[in-house]
Every structure is written in C-alpha cells, then in structure tokens.
Write a protein that binds this ligand. Structure first.
Ligand code: SAH
Ligand code: AVI
Length: 315
C-alpha cells in the first residue's frame, strides 16, 4: 500500500525519534506519535467535547458550503485526504462531489484508518476507496486512476501541528502532488480569545490529558520503556509570541526513565514538549500559501471567525 520504508519497520523510526527527542535540552516528541489506535479513539472523544470548538465549527462551515466546495473540486476528481482520521468530514463533500474517480484517505494510524474506510465503503458502495497508511510528510503511493483534477482535502487544522517552515514544505509537497490546476481544500484554526483557545486544550473531563499521556503509554508498550504516566502532568497554554497552543508533559518528580537500554533524567518540573497547534489569521495564511505556489480562490468562515476553510489552486 505504501513505499514509505520506515512503515515496513515502524518501530525503528519511532525508537530513533523518541531517543533523539528525549536527548534535546528541551525534551520533545513528534506529535504524529499520538496516533496509535487508542490515540485516534481519544482524539475522536476530544472532537465531541464542549470545549473543543474546532471540529464543531469546521463541520458547520462544511455543512453550509459543501456545495460550493464540491463545485470548486469539479467533476471526476481524485480526492486525497491527509490526516484523514475517522473520515467524518469528508462525507459532506462526498455527498456533493460530481462522480469522484477515487478517494484516497492517508493516515499514519493504520488500524483506525482501515476500520474507518471499511465503514465508509458500506455507506458509499460505488466509491473507489483506497486507504493509504503513510506519513504524509514522506512520499506515498496514490491510486493510478484517470481524473480531471487531483484535489487534496486537509481538514482539522492538522497543518497547525507543524512548525511554519514544515507547514510550508508540506504545502509545497501538496502543490506537487496535485500538479498545476489541482486543488487544496484546507481547514485552519484561527487566532481568537486566549480563554477560548486554552479551554479547548484543558477540558474538564481530562480527555486531552489522557490523549497527551497516551504517548508515554505507547512508548512503554512499543519501545520497552518504564514511564509512569501519572507522574507526568498535562500542561497546555497559549504562547502569544508564537501564536500557538503548546502541549507538554511535566514530570512532577525527579526521576530517571528507561527507554530500552537508554536512560533519561527528569528534574521535578521538567517537561517534554509534545505538540504545537499554531493558530493563523487568513491574511497571514494567504501570504504563506501564495509563497508556496498555491493561489487562494475562496475562503469560508463561521459567524465567529473561529475557523476557516480555504480552496487553493496549485500554480
Ligand atoms: N482529519 C480529522 C482528524 C484530525 S486528527 C479531523 O479533521 O478531525 C490528525 C490526524 O492526522 C490523525 O488521524 C493522525 O493520525 C493524522 N496524522 C498526524 N500526523 C500525520 C502524518 N505525519 N502523516 C499521516 N497522518 C498523520
Ligand atoms: C489534530 N490537531 C489539529 C489537533 C489540534 O487541535 O491541534 C490535535 C489535538 N491536540 C490536542 N487536542 C487536539
């Protein structure tokens, strides 16, 4: 299904990234590793929370404008979704698209993706669905079907989980994948009141905290580590200078942890930086995408200007 070499031996890459990240002066772990089967389920729970406005808001925008979005995609398109998760939002688009030739959802969370694709196939029996288990920042295979246009659907503001220079590289990669005249339908979370932002990542039920700590549970299971997740506190705050929510796991005690044969010392209060979630303004984003070879054709937002969905054309 994919030619991404580390997916043939995913643990080796996971181990190398964890060892490298925990060796940095500010310990860091890549956010993509949140998404094992449990992490994907916890993310789905997050999307249902009152505090987590992005999913609800993007769905409102999609519901109101799916017809216009589908018209932008045009007839007989190959639809490629990045970070596809549970394949929920795309249904609004699929319901309006004019004879899509195929749909290729791409995600690192293999078990979750395959389950979601099977469920989608029941509801869309005529649709050619090719799930692709891959890291979308690397090269991956796509179905070779004739299509009038390739369109990448990249919802959820997952673009915000990449540092700006990585986001630019990803946008350029998308422009290459779809080719000149191809499209990108991009969902992006916008800057807003800090209280609203911080509430979204500090829910009262502790689901986001469990999602954050699950990374340690996964490292224990897959890499033979001995983290005690309860000795790490969930921390999420808005960094105004960088326009991003930062998530950390803060060691509440001084401790030495083992990952395989490597050891890592933690001071009480020392953190592992686990995720950034950048928040953009539409003009800033328009400038970025233009510099990456994409033309902004249309922007849809909600009444509160919390979230935006953009249609872009590769030049
Ligand atoms: N698109 C869904 C899910 C967003 S959660 C929504 O809008 O609700 C982010 C998704 O991106 C997860 O399913 C995760 O597994 C996937 N993901 C994160 N980084 C990835 C990467 N580098 N390559 C492929 N998938 C990735
Ligand atoms: C997938 N991504 C855009 C989510 C976000 O809001 O940054 C992941 C997430 N992290 C904590 N809550 C949700």
């Amino acid at each position: 299904m994919t030619n991404t070499p580390w997916l043939a031996c995913p643990n080796r890459r996971f181990r190398a990234d964890v060892l490298a990240g925990l060796s940095l002066p500010q310990k860091r772990l890549p956010a993509k590793y949140f998404y094992d089967a449990v992490g994907s389920r916890l993310f789905d729970e997050i999307t249902e929370l009152d505090e987590y406005y992005p999913t609800r808001t993007e769905l409102t925008i999609m519901t109101a404008h799916a017809r216009e979005m589908a018209a932008r995609c045009g007839p007989r398109c190959l639809l490629i979704e990045l970070g596809a998760g549970s394949l929920t939002k795309v249904r609004l688009l699929l319901d309006r698209l004019d004879q899509p030739t195929a749909y290729a959802p791409v995600d690192v969370s293999g078990e979750h993706l395959r389950g979601a694709a099977t469920a989608l196939a029941v509801d869309y029996p005529a649709l050619d669905i090719t799930p692709v288990v891959a890291d979308f920042t690397t090269s991956f295979d796509l179905p070779s079907v004739p299509a009038n246009r390739r369109v990448v659907y990249f919802p959820g503001s997952t673009i915000g989980n990449f540092d700006p220079h990585e986001a630019d590289a990803l946008l350029r990669r998308v422009a290459r994948i779809v080719g000149p005249g191809g499209g990108l339908l991009l969902g992006v979370d916008l800057r807003k009141d800090v209280t609203v932002l911080e509430r979204a990542y500090n829910d009262a039920a502790g689901v986001t905290a469990a999602f954050n700590r699950n990374l340690l549970v996964r490292i224990n299971r897959e890499l033979g580590a001995n983290f005690v997740p309860d000795t790490f506190r969930h921390l999420a705050f808005y960094n105004r200078d960088q326009s991003r929510i930062e998530m950390h796991l803060v060691s509440t005690i001084e401790q030495r942890m083992r990952v395989g044969s490597a050891t890592f010392d933690f001071r009480a209060g020392e953190s592992i930086h686990t995720e950034n979630s950048y928040k953009y303004s539409v003009p800033e984003l328009a400038a970025r995408v233009t510099a990456c070879g994409l033309r902004l054709d249309e922007t849809w937002t909600d009444a509160q200007n919390y979230f935006a969905v953009l249609y872009l054309t590769a030049q």
